[in-house]
Design a protein around this ligand. Structure first.
Ligand code: FAD
Length: 417
């Protein structure tokens, strides 16, 4: 094929696209102002799970809304000023919590997640990083029988979609994760799930594979993107002024996609930012976890990572670059100390990052309407680490005009652009 492709953004999505398009014979250059996998794709919880087909805006959201709007829970906070400014996004997001929209999204995400799981396995093997993968699922923890009963919609959905899971009582949970304190009468072990012990290192291993196969990685701030003189060419401009011509451009800037699309292209992307924080901890008394756990009452995920136990927080809806607010992390830490013998914090400053979310909780994976050669791959909300490789597979098929492994319709740009 030998056509030049410029990929903007070297998170999990951009790096996966780089590998896929290289495999298909394109001449690929990957741009990022940082080294690959240093932003959102670094700081996540490392979970790759079929249970993630449940978007945050599912029909159960309506019942939880009065409590969430009080803005005091560990799992969800919002900045009222940001919400007021992004009211159309919020209303659209809520409108998708209806049964029909939820079914469409769950079906689409399920297909993308399943495609991605296989692609991850292939890439991990090719990149020599299979040792980072754990195949023992993840566990939802419930602090009361009532909380467990409240998870009915999720369990029914997992059942309908054939997501392997097992309900555990306190004794069964203690056998699987003896490090947890006995405060959870019920748990749900999602068996159709895996996790990695260093998401950033996985992206870096994929990027190294791309480079070893002759791909070019440029560490540079991208300042502009415009059609160049020839009708089928694009010009990517670095902040230094260096310019690069390409027949195709893939915009995979994660939470920076909205601002870049607006400034460089005049596109209005309805994206909001679900911020999360993380902190690493040691463990006391030789306690350990063998897989990530999600404390549904505490509003955090605790994942065993190469760096220590990573506590990651729920959602703070706020501007991407708003000042940090550690209230949720502090609450999550208190709750996690009730559940597990955490030792000291291992860093002085918490990490933060933004989940980039479109109103229907599905990414855009498509050519930009009216702009041939400009491809969009962003909006992966809570599951971009998992679904980067499936995104790449779908994008590669669309670019090459091949049959797609999943239905592309739910991911079309025309939903919003
Ligand atoms: C707390 C938390 C927990 C999460 N847990 C999970 C999980 O367990 N499983 C899961 O699947 N997902 C999880 N996610 C979501 C996942 O991390 C994201 O969906 C995913 O990382 C998005 O990947 P991306 O490649 O689109 O964006 P990013 O990884 O953010 O990559 C975008 C890249 O663009 C670059 N960039 C931006 N602007 C410019 C510019 N002008 N010039 C050059 N480069 C630029 C950035 O440097 C960055 O490297 C979590 C997210 C958070 C915040």
């Amino acid at each position: 094929m030998n056509q030049k492709v410029a990929i903007l953004g070297a998170g999990m999505v951009g790096v996966s696209c780089a590998l896929e398009l290289q495999r298909r014979g394109f001449d690929v250059t990957l741009f990022d102002r940082r080294a690959p996998g240093c932003e959102t794709s670094y700081g996540n919880a490392g979970v790759i799970a079929r249970s993630s087909l449940m978007p945050f805006n599912h029909p159960g959201l309506w019942g939880a809304l009065p409590k969430l709007l009080k803005n005091q829970s560990a799992s969800f906070r919002y900045d009222p000023a940001f919400m007021a400014k992004n009211l159309p996004w919020a209303l659209s997001f809520l409108s998708k919590a209806r049964r029909g929209a939820f079914e469409a999204t769950a079906t689409a995400l399920d297909a993308l997640i399943r495609l991605s799981a296989g692609e991850h396995r292939r890439l991990l093997a090719e990149a020599g990083a299979t040792h980072r993968l754990r195949d023992n699922g993840w566990i939802f923890l419930y602090r009361s029988e009532a909380a467990y009963a409240g998870s009915r919609l999720s369990r029914d959905t997992f059942h309908r979609f054939g997501v392997a899971h097992q309900v555990l009582d306190a004794g069964e949970l203690a056998v699987l994760e003896p490090g947890l304190k006995p405060i959870f009468p019920r748990a749900l072990w999602i068996q159709d799930a895996s996790s990695v012990d260093s998401p950033g290192q996985v992206v870096q291993a994929y990027a190294a594979l791309f480079a070893s196969r002759g791909g070019t990685i440029r560490q540079a701030e991208i300042a502009g993107l415009a059609r160049s003189g020839a009708p089928d060419r694009w010009c990517v401009t670095e902040a230094s002024g260096a310019a690069h011509q390409a027949s195709h451009v893939v915009l995979a800037l994660g939470p920076w996609s909205r601002e870049f699309a607006s400034k460089a292209l005049g596109l209005s992307v309805p994206m909001a930012f679900e911020r999360g924080y993380h902190m690493h901890y040691g463990a006391r008394d030789g306690a350990a976890l063998t897989r990530p756990v999600y404390d549904t009452g505490g509003g955090y995920v605790l994942s065993p990572m190469a760096q220590g136990l990573r506590l990651s927080t729920g959602v703070q809806l706020t501007a991407r670059d708003a000042p940090r607010n550690l209230a949720q992390l502090d609450l999550a830490e208190q709750a996690a100390r009730q559940a597990f013998p955490l030792d000291l914090r291992l860093e002085t400053e918490a990490w933060l990052g933004s989940r980039p979310t479109l109103p229907d909780s599905r990414p855009i994976i498509d050519e930009c309407p009216g702009r041939p050669g400009l491809w969009l791959a962003f909006g992966h909300q809570h599951i971009g680490f998992s679904t980067g490789p499936g995104t790449a597979s779908l994008l590669g098929s669309l670019m090459a005009g091949d049959p797609c492994a999943v239905d592309p319709a739910p991911f079309r740009a025309g939903r919003f652009l």
